[in-house]
Design a protein around this ligand. Structure first.
Ligand code: BTN
Length: 279
């Protein structure tokens, strides 16, 4: 069995695997940095860095959605940020695209059954395996995005005994019993992100975007009775789908249909499926 120390990031292997590709065609790796998203932003003024992948063994100020902190210990996770310059997509659809790509990458690489809890959590067996943070800025007149992805790879149960966790957490090592080659999984993740980004962009002209269709298959919420918190109010109803711009579509218990935008919404409870929309 490989020890974690035997498989640090091998930048040459990633660059060779991603040669000629956009996502991950250029790679930088840090032993330790504040947040890989911030490093990616520092390159955003130069369009030659479109697709750049920033990786770190450890982050000292990793951030998550809604101002949360993303904790990581050295060498246990994939901590990566991909810079996209002038890519004509909405942040909401890009988050779904990255979630689909991440879920598919871990499913194919580790044979786990991953699902997406809208908008940005990747779950395995009901526990959080990965998270996505998409940030958008306009730099030099160009709309840029940084897609930050954190995947728990080689943590043992000990890493998650912290009572401050919002969701119970897991890692690929806990789920499969095997240590993960993070370099190889990073290559799979970059390939999946490029593939799904291409599909998302091509699908924007179509009535049904393939990302939304795949999201529906991977969703842990679709058809379930959920409770969401939005603008300090609580709403309950059945999750009916996703709108690529407006967010989660919920049929409230009183009957009305309402959408909830990701930046203002948290899922506070997930209940049972109803009979019409079983997964
Ligand atoms: C979340 O679950 O709220 C999103 C977590 C995103 C974490 C990743 S780790 C790499 C990148 N750098 C950051 O500071 N955050 C993202």
């Amino acid at each position: 069995m490989k020890k974690i120390g035997d498989c640090p990031y091998l930048i040459d292997r990633i660059e060779a695997a991603r040669k000629g590709c956009v996502v991950g065609g250029k790679v930088v790796v840090f032993k330790s940095t504040g947040s890989t998203n911030d490093i990616a932003w520092a390159y955003a003024g130069n369009s030659a860095y479109h697709g750049l992948c920033v990786l770190a063994e450890q982050q000292t100020a990793g951030r998550g959605r809604r101002g949360r902190t993303w904790h990581s210990r050295p060498g246990e996770s994939i901590l990566c940020s991909v810079l996209l310059i002038d890519t004509p997509i909405e942040a909401e659809l890009l988050t779904l695209t990255a979630a689909v790509a991440t879920a598919e990458a871990v499913c194919s690489f580790c044979r786990v059954n991953a699902g997406i809890k809208w908008p940005n959590d990747i779950l395995v067996n009901g526990k959080k395996l990965a998270g996505i943070l998409v940030e958008k800025r306009t730099i030099g007149g160009r709309v840029c995005f940084v897609v930050g992805i954190g995947v728990n790879c080689n943590q043992t149960d000990q890493a998650f005994v912290d009572g401050r966790l919002r969701l119970p957490a897991t890692s690929l090592r806990i789920e499969t019993g095997a240590i993960v080659d993070r370099t190889a999984l990073t290559c799979t993740l970059m390939a999946a992100l490029e593939e799904w980004l291409d599909r998302a962009l091509a699908g924007m002209a179509c009535p049904a975007n393939p990302v939304i269709e795949r999201w529906a298959q991977l969703s842990t919420l679709l058809g379930r009775h959920i409770t969401v918190e939005c603008d300090n109010r609580t709403f309950s109803g059945f999750c009916r789908g996703i709108d690529p711009t407006d967010g989660l579509i919920v049929q409230l218990d009183a009957g009305a249909i309402r959408t909830f935008a990701a930046p203002y919404t948290s899922i506070v409870r997930t209940g049972q499926s109803n009979e019409i929309n079983q997964r």
